[in-house]
Design a protein around this ligand. Structure first.
Ligand SMILES: Cc1ncc(COP(=O)(O)O)c(C=O)c1O
Length: 427
């Protein structure tokens, strides 16, 4: 809205996002000189005059375009709030986005973005596997609105699945293509550029509308993958994960061009799915250490993944840093990702009983769902995060009974390995 501040530049030297996380978008002069953005715990904002209030509403409700150099003021915290505006400005820096809207949860961001673009009779295409909540919404809720969901598998070159996908779309209008890459929990990848190119081919058949390519970037973003740079229209986050980073807040975000984000932001206003100022303030604090945390987690994960790969009780490790140069997804990884991140799925010999013995024996690593926090977490996708997927479908997606998903935190890697070693002995 109004108070977007230009990015600070030093002649000829472009400042990186991590250098701007403590200041960008915030002017201390507007808050008694406070170095930190205060929490604007307020539902509404006082207008300087009736004329000013009228002008704000004209712009907010789209009754007229903003005049050149016109300052849009704050109206009401369901539309926006200073904590969210500063947070949204800062998130834009990481993804190279023009606009951002923050939400009460990752699911609020994903569902609001989808609802903003679907119409009865449309199809939504999605990559499989997806986070269980997103999958449920697509398969069980959207059909009630007359919207069909059609999936294709992650982890294989898009050219191999494209023909079958076209057949199953059957000429119907595609409103959105929702990708999760790397996918939860298997780390299977999708080539964002290939899907975006495909989405552009669908434009002619369906008039002015073309599919909005949305990428759930929760697993690697915003540091290690920036989907807008690879052809995506919208990036979606569970900011509960790495962005929040301390397992103490539920939040979400959507980013893209101002044009792509506009309908999503408008629907957020009507559904009231926006983030609250207190959670927004917590995320501002988290963003200051985002790079340090994600870098430490990424480094730790490499040691942990290597240890797991060499352990006799471990049948397979699904870690992006282990992708073989001959693997078809290796080229996509090299082009699309800046690091393998810190999510590891591994399969133990002995199925669910062995996986449960391992999980129950962990002492430093916590047995809990979620990911991206400072503490390491481990869970059992088949019976926990992905429990509502039928066993046959789980098998198709590569989710086995012996699979454990681990989110590596910032602890000392030797301590994590010591914990895994003693737990694997009991598996
Ligand atoms: C990849 C992914 N997307 C979305 C979500 C949903 O986010 P939230 O729990 O913040 O609603 C999750 C949660 O685990 C997730 O892992």
């Amino acid at each position: 809205m109004s108070r977007r501040k230009p990015r600070l530049t030093l002649e000829g030297h472009e400042l990186r996002p991590e250098s701007l996380m403590m200041s960008h978008g915030y002017d201390p002069r507007l808050s008694e000189g406070a170095i930190k953005c205060p929490i604007f715990q307020t539902s509404t904002f006082v207008f300087e005059s009736a004329e000013a209030g009228k002008a704000f509403f004209e712009v907010a409700y789209g009754l007229r375009e903003k005049r050149p150099a016109e300052e849009m003021g704050l109206i009401y915290s369901r539309l926006n709030n200073p904590d969210l505006e500063v947070l949204e400005d800062r998130l834009c820096l990481w993804d190279g986005a023009e606009a951002c809207a923050t939400f009460a949860s990752g699911m609020a961001a994903i569902t609001t973005a989808l609802l903003a673009v679907v119409r009865p009779g449309d199809v939504v295409v999605y990559s499989e596997p997806l986070y269980g909540g997103s999958e449920y919404f697509l398969r069980h809720y959207l059909p009630q609105l007359g919207v069909d969901a059609v999936h294709f598998p992650a982890g294989v070159p898009f050219a191999e699945v494209r023909g079958d996908l076209v057949r199953r779309i059957g000429g119907r209008p595609v409103a959105a293509m929702l990708l999760e890459t790397p996918a939860n929990p298997t780390n299977a990848m999708v080539d964002i550029r290939a899907v975006a190119d495909f989405a552009h081919t669908l434009v002619h058949g369906h008039g002015a509308r073309r599919p909005v390519v949305m990428v759930d970037n929760t697993f690697l973003g915003p540091l290690w993958q920036q989907p807008l740079r690879h052809g995506a229209d919208l990036v979606l986050y569970s900011a509960t994960k790495f962005i929040g980073g301390h397992s103490d807040v539920i939040a979400g975000a959507a980013l893209g061009s101002a044009e792509a984000l506009a309908p999503v932001r408008t629907l957020r206003t009507f559904l009231g799915t926006m983030l609250g100022p207190w959670s927004g303030w917590l995320l501002l604090r988290s963003l200051e250490t985002l790079k340090m945390r994600m870098t430490a987690q990424m480094k730790n994960a490499r040691y942990v993944a290597d240890f797991l790969r060499d352990h006799p009780k471990v049948a397979a490790v699904h870690y992006l840093g282990h992708l073989d140069p001959a693997h078809p997804m290796r080229e996509v990884f090299d082009r699309q990702c800046l690091s393998p991140g810190s999510l590891i799925a591994f399969e133990v010999h002995g199925g669910e009983p062995a996986a449960f013995r391992l999980l129950n024996a962990l002492r430093l690593v916590h047995l809990a769902v979620s990911l991206g926090g400072t503490e390491s977490l481990a869970e059992h996708p088949a019976t926990m995060t992905h429990a509502d997927i039928a066993p046959a479908d789980q098998a198709r997606m590569g989710i086995s009974a012996g699979m454990v998903r681990m989110s590596v935190g910032v602890e000392h890697f030797e301590d994590l390995i010591a914990d895994l070693r003693q737990a694997l002995e009991q598996a």
